[in-house]
Design a protein around this ligand. Structure first.
Ligand code: F6R
Length: 605
């Protein structure tokens, strides 16, 4: 949550504004920046409630002579959404932006009698005031003293009025990435803002102080020792960023999925085998472990649920799946016999990170399935598998989900083979099936206009239900999340067999329902359930394989899906649901990429 940026170099004002736009998916209720010119002590602050586009409007001119600045996009935690609560916050000579939560801010305010110095309701301004109180010309000393007093999570980016062209940063949990180039230096809360400047960056360690200058940087621990940094290379095509003619990032990211899946397959499928690298270490673990615990949030959790189903199917073992926010307060037993799998696009979600830390402490072997290299989770996990889907900018996850799914398919297949539960022939034919997935997804994308026609019918509906059995049910859970988060239509997925135990009471004349019937062994049961809801007036759209489309089209609106073997139908099915949700949101005139109240990276519990 919250995007933060610092930039030193030519035309800092424009660069910060552009960077804030790229970070806006982290929080978008307010935006602000502070800029200064070389050798001038005057710091100019602009901030307001609203988007970066609103911030641009209040900046009087595009003065290119600013050489240093910091910026922020906010997702409000302490203090409502208002101009005054927007960052940066200034106290005396200190200007800061902050991502995270300072839990003891009220105590600090009282202890150091800061109240009369504060104008906002934020925890951040308390930190600014404390820093200013401790500042006597030695910035690192003031930062050290302040940080020692703070409880909570933070990434703090700081400028001092009397230290020109220099930005300081320090963090605990919340990330900061740093890149340095010819005549410029940049830091940000995630790499999205720095791809344009550099193909490599480093992640700032926790509890060290970064001093960033135009032609140098230093990283020191609190005892003044230099700390080495490790650069991470960006290995996706940085030119693929930007909307590239699409009205929204989500539309672009949906369309990118076949090529993302192809890329992963070509990385991991080698000589008719699934090769994860790690010198065979992961293979050994997959063979050995019979207890698997998958932890994630939101869409990543839904990918994990499919993963658990696959471990049952191909390995004959029961994997536990838990939401990270519940897991960290539950009594789940973890030990050295557990393979713990954390799933996260960003690698920064605080609950998942916390769960991963717990698992590591308990001695479990920790595998992370991540998209962003160098993210916090990659630094904790014993092994990380990267989905390399490229930057996912739309808040609603699409390509991250399908690439996470694919990882689970490959892991479960390989584990099943290594455990002797599936044969070499089966693995070979499974690999052939995996290779058909990208084309199947592309075929759904080609049919997006047909899906759009059906989605138009629900744009004024308050509720929509999704029903299915087995794998369909799990995929519909993700479909329902997509629809609710970007269209604000209340949508829920139900296991079709459970309907009669309560949820069917919600069905009345005209209630829209999407029913998925892609699993051959469950079709007759699933169709009976669909008939039951149709008999109660539901307006049903059916997701079915193309080979069955004709059988159903007299009775239902049918979205035909390419005919893959049942277990692989999750891929075309979710693409259809993503497209459906996308069009509902776009047709309602909503900001598809930035749904209300949400943020892309959830770094508060
Ligand atoms: C929904 C969505 C969220 C994320 C969740 C976890 O479309 O994107 O539910 O999946 O916040 O985020 P990561 O995967 O970054 O841990």
């Amino acid at each position: 949550m919250c995007g933060i940026i610092g930039f030193i170099g030519n035309d800092a004002l424009a660069k910060i504004l552009d960077g804030l736009e790229l970070l806006e998916y982290r929080g978008y209720d307010s935006a602000g920046l502070a800029v200064r010119k070389e050798d001038e002590t005057d710091t100019q602050i602009y901030k307001c409630q609203g988007r970066v586009s609103d911030l641009r409007k209040i900046i009087p001119n595009s003065d290119a002579s600013f050489s240093c600045g910091i910026g922020h996009t906010r997702w409000a935690t302490h203090g409502g959404v208002s101009d005054v609560n927007a960052h940066p916050h200034k106290s005396g000579k200190v200007t800061i932006v902050h991502n995270g939560i300072i839990e003891n801010y009220a105590l600090l305010k009282e202890e150091y009698e800061l109240s009369d110095k504060l104008v906002s309701e934020t925890d951040t301004e308390v930190v600014a005031a404390l820093l200013n109180k401790f500042y006597d010309g030695n910035p690192k000393e003031a930062i050290k003293r302040t940080v020692k007093k703070l409880q909570g999570t933070f990434a703090l980016v700081i400028m001092f009025d009397d230290i020109p062209n220099t930005i300081f940063a320090v963090r605990n949990v919340n990330p900061i990435v740093v890149a340095h180039g010819e005549g410029h230096a940049i830091l940000a809360s995630d790499p999205a803002a720095i791809y344009e400047y550099s193909k490599e960056y480093f992640v700032l360690d926790e509890n060290v102080i970064l001093t960033l200058e135009p032609s140098a940087y230093t990283v020191e621990d609190f005892d003044g020792n230099q700390v080495p940094v490790e650069f991470t290379k960006v290995d996706w095509d940085v030119t693929s960023t930007g909307k590239q003619g699409y009205p929204f990032y989500m539309a672009k990211e949906i369309d990118e999925q076949p090529s993302c899946i192809r890329r992963i397959l070509s990385n991991y499928l080698i000589n008719n085998d699934i090769d994860f690298g790690f010198n065979g270490e992961l293979d050994k673990a997959l063979k050995k472990y019979n207890r698997i615990c998958i932890v994630a949030c939101g869409t990543a959790l839904h990918a994990g649920m499919v993963g658990a189903q696959l471990f049952k199917k191909w390995c004959g073992i029961t994997a536990e799946v838990e939401m990270a926010s519940e897991f960290i307060y539950s009594d789940t037993v973890l030990d050295e016999n557990t393979l713990f799998i954390a799933v996260s696009q960003s690698g920064e979600t605080i609950d998942t990170l916390e769960a991963l830390n717990r698992a590591k402490e308990a001695g479990a072997l920790c595998l992370a399935i991540l998209n962003v290299r160098g993210s916090s989770m990659s630094r904790v996990a014993d092994m990380s598998l990267y989905t390399d889907a490229g930057p996912e900018i739309a808040v609603a996850s699409t390509k991250a989900y399908t690439t996470q799914l694919l990882m689970f398919y490959m892991i479960a297949l390989k584990a099943g083979f290594l455990k002797g539960k599936i044969s070499e022939d089966y693995l070979e034919s499974a690999i052939k099936n995996l290779k058909q997935i990208p084309n199947a997804m592309a075929k759904v994308i080609e049919k997006k206009d047909d899906i759009h026609r059906l989605s138009k019918e629900v744009i004024t509906c308050p509720d929509l239900f999704m029903v299915g059995r087995g794998l369909d049910y799990l995929v519909l859970m993700e479909g329902a999340l997509k629809l609710k988060e970007i269209s604000y239509i209340h949508s829920e997925a139900y296991a079709a067999g459970e309907l009669k135990h309560g949820p069917i009471a919600l069905i009345s004349e005209g209630t829209p329902v999407i029913a998925a019937v892609t699993q051959t062994n469950l079709i007759s049961k699933a169709i009976s359930n669909v008939k039951e809801i149709k008999a109660r007036g539901a307006n049903v759209v059916l997701l079915a394989k193309n080979e069955l489309k004709e059988d159903f089209s007299d009775e239902y609106h049918v979205i035909g899906l390419p005919d893959l073997e049942d277990v692989y139908m999750a891929f075309p099915e979710i693409v259809a649901l993503q497209i459906y949700s996308y069009f509902v949101s776009a047709d309602k005139g909503l900001d598809v990429d930035k749904p209300r109240n949400l943020a892309k990276v959830v770094t508060v519990e």
